[in-house]
Write a protein that binds this ligand. Sequence first.
Ligand code: G3P
Ligand code: MG
Length: 274
Amino acid sequence: MTLNWPYPFWIAHRGAGRQAPENTLAALRHGHALGWRAFEVDAKISADRVPFLMHDTTLDRTTTEHGRAGDRPWSELQNLDAGAWHQSEHAFEPIPSLAQVLNFVFAHQAVLNIEIKPTPGEDHATGEAVAALALQRWKASCERNRPLQAPLPTMPILSSFQPLCLRAAQATAPALPRALLINQLRAHWMDEAVELGCCACVVQHELVDAPMIEGLKARGLKVWIYTVNEPEEARRLAAWGVDGLITDAVHLFDPEVNPRVDPSGIRVREPARS
Ligand code: G3P
Ligand code: MG
């Protein structure tokens, strides 16, 4: 897939979900206030196929409830507390629907990397529902911007470890860009990404070396690396020519400096004075 690459270098992991509860609007607001304009989030579907944000298969770690999240209807999920586990000041922070998060991102001139993270057995349905919604909200945002003569919003990019999710997304919304996530090397994975019509690969940081980046670029694929929280590693990867980094360290890195175009490279913020 050829694509004029509109994505920022820096992407906040789980919606900037370290200092605020991951995959919530509170996290995105926190990241946005710090200058972040690109967010990675994890999306799955409810029992009635509403896409929502959650990393784990179960509710146990990030809500006050238990059991598989995808077995519950959205009417139940939207009332759960997804903030108290993190800090009492975030108590009652709700699980957001993907539609709410897309609306936030478009309203704040930001960009979303939606990781399709299906409940086991729901790969196809999740890829389909997430892609359909992302395309529909992007089109709605374009329509809203048109009379204002505002620039068109950037398309969400869909990423997944699961090829079945990416195939379903491709069939549902072929116009949306896709990326293959890699956390374990397997035979022919770069060619698989090309065959899936992906424009990028998102690779786990401990797996990367310079020849791998060359191999991806030789196939016309962009390269994002996750999760990079150390300045030294970020500098090495930027020197190797990666196209983006996904990080938890939203207080440390300055997202307004893109080392692909700015010779000052990776910029680390001064610690706040007390
Ligand atoms: O999309 C990159 C990264 O989010 C993949 O790992 O487990 O944090 O979703 P995980
Ligand atoms: Mg993720």
